[in-house]
Design a protein around this ligand. Structure first.
Ligand code: TYD
Ligand code: MG
Length: 474
């Protein structure tokens, strides 16, 4: 096959040129030019067969529109990965013919997760595991480590292994084997010999993923792609891949802690922001079925600690926040936040200073979320405020109290979504008091759960209710 002439295309405006520029001559954005293969050559090689829709086996033919009522519906037959946590994040299991990207830092456990899932999937259907990073022996070693003592258990026969980095050979094997599920570990390590660029570059990643996708849709094969995260925390070939695939899962966690969080950031077959929690053990990943316990400090009463109920997708999680407020010895006070946006902390400190008269600009403030969880939602605001004020005043929040509420710039407590679900989780874990936004309408629910409901409209009112004393009084 002849080499095609390369050209460069800007990823933000689409301008094309024969020459490479560090800055796009069309729109002026930096480092946006990416090498593309010659479209004619590409067309000859790969576009010979048009891509029919998922589940259409009738081969290439002209398609006509049809009334929506007459479009046949197929119940989604989902495949189980053997991990209910992973299945839930996928929206109830792996959908045949779908493309799922699993992203995460190197060493976080992507290969382990997928190899373990491959084993469970192979009990029901044929699975091909393409290892482009490790040799077949290395994968086998890991497989043994994950293996239960009894050999020849489920998944032993249905799983095929291919250690290969050349896209063309991988495609050939997929076509020959026609597995129901294929796992590509990783998409960055595959390379298309037709392109001049190095493996892992945006054009390589895109071309490889697109070629695999065409084949997957044609063969109604579920495809799981492993993608590495770059230093900047982006999936390489970021938007290109995200548009292409049906679901994007990110696998994250503190490298120093054993638990791992799996999140759906995009999912065409289920809810996004769904969270699965795992723990890395010496024999692979295990599910954590009661994750709230993981994020509760459990050290007993301590000044500057507050408990919130965060909601990740449909899953409420109780999480401890810790604040340390101490007199500053710098011209401008130090503020650090782990697990929460620093700008959110600045904003909450400003609200407390302005609306409660606390001179926090003369104090350093450190805030940490227990267990390495990232809490993004504003419903954590009230908990942050309570932790900060409790540390500032050296107060211990009464045991069994949770706080949920968003803090407005005017000091008002705004309502939050899924409050009932959060209260249920708090009650389940033995919490007795909940400070929530006013007019929640949940008094009967709280009463049934045995929770004392403290509704507050403003930050001062909420903190007085939570702490039992007025923190702004000297
Ligand atoms: P791996 O799945 O190779 O990560 P990724 O594919 O995301 O790069 O996981 C590697 C880490 O997991 C490695 O540091 C060792 C650890 N690990 C365990 O702690 N227990 C195990 O049973 C396995 C297989 C790996
Ligand atoms: Mg790996």
């Amino acid at each position: 096959m002849g080499r095609s002439t390369p050209f460069y295309a800007c990823q933000s405006c689409g301008a094309q040129s024969r020459q490479f520029f560090g800055r796009c001559p069309g729109c002026g954005s930096w480092n946006s030019l990416v090498e593309q293969s010659n479209p004619a050559a590409d067309g000859r090689r790969r576009r010979a067969v048009p891509v029919p829709a998922v589940g259409d086996h009738s081969g290439p033919r002209a398609r006509r529109s049809e009334p929506i009522q007459s479009v046949g519906e197929r119940p989604l037959q989902r495949l189980s990965s053997g991990f209910p946590e992973l299945d839930r994040v996928l929206g109830g299991g792996l959908v045949p013919g779908s493309l799922v990207l699993v992203g995460g830092d190197p060493g976080i456990g992507k290969s382990t997760l997928l190899l373990q899932s491959a084993r469970a999937l192979a009990a029901d259907c044929s699975v091909l595991y393409v290892s482009a990073e490790e040799s077949a022996q290395q994968v086998k070693l890991r497989w043994r480590r994950l293996q239960q003592p009894a050999e020849g258990g489920p998944g032993e026969e249905g799983l095929q292994l291919l250690a290969e980095t050349d896209l063309e050979l991988v495609l050939q094997e997929l076509e020959a084997l026609r597995p129901a599920v294929a796992i590509i570990d990783s998409i960055q390590a595959l390379h298309d010999a037709e392109l001049n660029s190095a493996p892992g570059s945006v054009s390589q990643v895109r071309e490889c993923a697109a070629a695999l996708q065409r084949l997957a849709k044609r063969q109604d094969m579920a495809l799981l792609l492993v993608g590495h995260v770059t230093k900047e925390g982006m999936l390489a070939g970021p938007k290109v891949l995200e548009h292409l695939v049906d679901a994007v899962l990110t696998f994250e966690g503190d490298r120093f802690a054993s638990h791992r969080l799996l999140r759906a950031v995009k999912n065409r077959f289920g809810a996004t922001h769904e969270l699965g929690v795992f723990e890395m053990r010496d024999r692979g990943l295990a599910e954590v079925t009661n994750p709230s316990e993981l994020f509760l400090g459990g050290e007993g009463p301590c000044a500057g600690t507050a408990t919130i109920v965060a909601c990740e997708g449909t899953r409420p999680l109780l999480v401890d926040l810790q604040a340390l407020v101490s007199t500053t010895s710098y011209a401008s006070p130090r503020r650090t936040a782990t697990g929460i946006g620093i700008n959110r902390l600045h904003q909450i400190l400003a609200v407390l200073e302005k609306h409660m008269g606390l001179p926090l600009s003369r104090f350093d403030c450190y805030l940490a979320v227990a267990g390495g969880l990232e809490v993004e939602e504003p419903a954590a605001d009230l908990g942050v405020a309570a932790a900060v004020v409790a540390s500032y005043r050296d107060l211990i929040l009464p045991a069994g109290t949770v706080l949920v509420g968003e803090l407005g710039l005017g000091g008002q407590i705004r309502s939050v979504a899924q409050l009932e679900l959060r209260l249920q989780e708090a009650a389940r874990l033995g919490f007795r008091r909940a400070v929530v936004p006013r007019s929640s309408g949940l008094a009967p629910v709280a009463a049934a759960l045995g929770l004392e409901l403290l509704e507050a409209g403003g930050v001062a009112e909420a903190l007085v209710a939570a702490l039992g004393v007025d923190p702004s009084a000297d």
